[in-house]
Design a protein. Structure first.
Length: 202
């Protein structure tokens, strides 16, 4: 599972730049251009930042994804967009990923951002026998770096821990009935309680 890290630009293979729909996108990106080593400004001419609009560029040493968030600046919606992005790119991301947050005001979004990213680890129909891709970023020991001077790592970790719990619950809910035997449910609940430090009586 990727490890959350704050403010390091060493050995980054991918930069993810979440962008709200705005007429001043280029002005905002220019504030972090030196961080992500971006200079291909004509590429942004037609990029609006619409919800789930993706734009791929590259620097000398890394790929850069601009991810449109839409107009509504709501933490939960930002989390949903990033969940979709990481779910759909999990087999393409091969290395350390940096999330750039310094170009806009993401204060109060931290937990939802981390939550959305790690919820991207949940596969619908995971009980099915379909072949899995050869590479899965969520199964790697990559670093997930957040580039922001105002982000608290405890809020990011909280979002990740919440995603871990949500995925456990979704796994139980989506599992077929013949898998969810009384013993299996009891064992799962007991294990969750032990991991969380709670006493469980069944």
């Amino acid at each position: 599972m990727p490890q959350i890290v704050l403010n390091t630009s060493e050995n980054i293979q991918y930069y993810i730049v979440p962008v709200f729909e705005d007429e001043n996108i280029q002005t905002k990106i220019k504030s972090i251009a030196n961080i992500i080593d971006f200079s291909n400004w004509p590429l942004l001419d037609d990029f609006k930042g619409s919800t789930k609009e993706y734009l791929l560029s590259a620097s000398a040493n890394a790929k850069i994804y601009f991810v449109g968030l839409g107009k509504r600046q709501a933490p939960a919606l930002v989390g949903k967009v990033l969940r979709s992005f990481f779910y759909n790119h999990r087999s393409k991301l091969k290395g350390n990923v940096a999330i750039c947050l310094q170009h806009d005001d993401f204060k109060g979004f931290e937990s939802d951002i981390a939550n959305g990213i790690f919820l991207g680890n949940y596969r619908l129909g995971k009980q099915k026998t379909a072949a899995l891709p050869n590479h899965d970023w969520f199964a790697s020991d990559a670093k997930l770096v957040f580039l922001s001077e105002n982000t608290a790592i405890n809020l990011l970790e909280h979002g990740k821990e919440l995603a871990d719990t949500q995925i456990k619950i979704m796994t139980l809910v989506d599992a077929p009935a013949n898998y969810k035997t009384p013993k299996m449910l009891a064992d799962s609940i007991a294990a969750m309680g032990q991991e969380s430090g709670f006493k469980v009586s069944i």
